[in-house]
Write a protein that binds this ligand. Structure first.
Ligand code: SAH
Length: 349
């Protein structure tokens, strides 16, 4: 087992204490932090102003986590890139890079696998293996910026895993990612997506960060939600929506409600009417996602006509709606699909 602490996961303050404890001058912490989070260096040899003696002391108990890209797929349709990364312990995760007019966005994973059990999602099929460290979340962004050679301006925590189920590491990740001494990505350009862990939504609201909270709704009532999302058995829509209201009150950031449309499950005009009633009067934005069919699951995408009717019904009630453009359709779209394919090919070798 790897017991050395990861330097990439440490805040500037923690690095300061570490450096002090080793009897080194305080400015070494700043140098190290800049190498890791601004110049995106992985190896001590790259960090030319840090003396060898300093590393000799550090390497006893510390390491720098770095992810290795084992596969990169590029969509011929829209240039979207999917990355499969190998973690130091051999686990595989996936991340996505998308090019938009407003900048480049990276979608990162927050856990290896997921334990939330949503019926339509590929990430959760084998359950959760472990939480990702802050350094492992950061390095998805860092490696992608280095491999594409283009600045990342937006980050969405919408890959595999439930970010609020890895709360402490998520907060640390967010704080380092937005730090002026690091990549300095604006809080406004960050989105965290959750299936609705109510106590954690309330905790996050208290942080008063300017990031967008995306809530995976996917059903207009508790009964239907329970049939596709096990978390709905723990928290009712009433509780979730009131936690989201608190998030909006405390941060001033409008919630994005994600709604994946599944044919014959949650895409009827009755569903649209119920959803409108549920969100009426709330500062909300609904993002309709045509479901990405997953091989192991029997759900199919709603028909185009249903999607547009659903959108029109919501708009009739003054709700702000967008339909998510499908990116990288030709390269294993849905969360966790690429990783599953990779792992199953390896298993059969
Ligand atoms: N655990 C978090 C974030 C990960 S998934 C969450 O639940 O929000 C990001 C979004 O993709 C969620 O809204 C999730 O429900 C949705 N999703 C998962 N699998 C999907 C699929 N096959 N098709 C469409 N959306 C999917």
């Amino acid at each position: 087992m790897q017991t050395k602490k990861d330097l990439k996961s440490m805040t500037m303050e923690e690095l300061g204490e570490t450096v002090k404890a080793l009897g080194e001058p305080g400015y070494r912490a700043k140098q190290l932090y800049e190498w890791i989070h601004k110049k995106l260096a992985d190896r001590p040899e790259e960090m030319t102003n840090l003396p060898k003696g300093f590393w000799d002391k550090l390497k006893e108990d510390y390491r720098i986590i770095s992810l290795e890209a084992v596969e990169i797929l590029t969509s011929k349709i829209d240039g979207t890139k999917k990355f499969l990364f190998r973690l130091p312990d051999g686990n595989i995760i996936e991340s996505v890079w998308m090019k938009y007019r407003h900048g480049n966005s990276v979608c990162i994973s927050s856990q290896v696998g997921c334990r939330m059990g949503c019926a339509f999602c590929a990430s959760t099929i084998d359950g959760m293996e472990r939480n990702l460290l802050p350094g492992e979340m950061l390095d998805q962004v860092y490696q992608i910026q280095k491999l594409t050679g283009e600045r990342v301006s937006h980050v969405v925590v919408m890959g595999s895993g439930e970010p609020l189920d890895n709360y402490e590491n998520l907060l640390r990740f967010l704080s380092i990612l937005t730090d002026e001494q690091g990549l300095c990505i604006s809080q406004r350009n960050l989105t965290v997506s959750t299936c609705g862990l109510v106590p954690k939504i309330r905790e996050l609201a208290k942080e008063r960060l300017s990031l967008t909270l995306a809530l995976s709704l996917h059903a207009p009532n508790d009964e239907k939600r329970k049939s596709i999302m096990p978390i709905a058995k723990t928290y009712s829509l009433d509780e979730i929506l009131s936690a989201c209201d608190e998030y909006f009150e405390k941060t001033g950031r409008r919630i994005t409600y994600e709604y994946s449309l599944i044919q014959g499950v949650n895409d009827s005009s009755q569903d649209a009417k119920e959803l409108s009633a549920l969100l009426k009067g709330r500062k909300a934005h609904i993002n309709l996602i045509p479901i990405n069919p997953v091989k192991e699951r029997s759900f199919s995408q709603s028909k185009q006509k249903n999607i547009s009717d659903f959108k029109i019904e919501l708009e009739k009630h003054g709700i702000n709606v967008t339909v998510r453009r499908e990116m990288g359709r030709d390269i294993d779209g849905a969360c966790g699909q690429l990783r599953r394919r990779y792992l199953s090919i390896r298993k059969n070798l």
